[in-house]
Write a protein that binds this ligand. Structure first.
Ligand SMILES: [Zn+2]
Length: 52
């Protein structure tokens, strides 16, 4: 079983999943809809951390 991972945006938004691809998709959607920013898969992946 893979580890639970999370990505936290400076605005307070957080997404948690065991699926990194899902986290990346959610982060890209969040960045675009909330912040009007396009982020790459690499940028999103770089923000993923192991959830405590
Ligand atoms: Zn945000």
């Amino acid at each position: 079983m893979s580890q639970l991972k999370s990505l936290r945006c400076p605005c307070g938004f957080e997404v948690r999943s065991r699926d990194e691809d899902e986290i990346v998709r959610m982060a890209q959607l969040h960045a675009k809809t909330i912040h009007g920013q396009e982020i790459t898969v690499e940028q999103a992946r770089a923000l993923i951390q192991i959830a405590a």
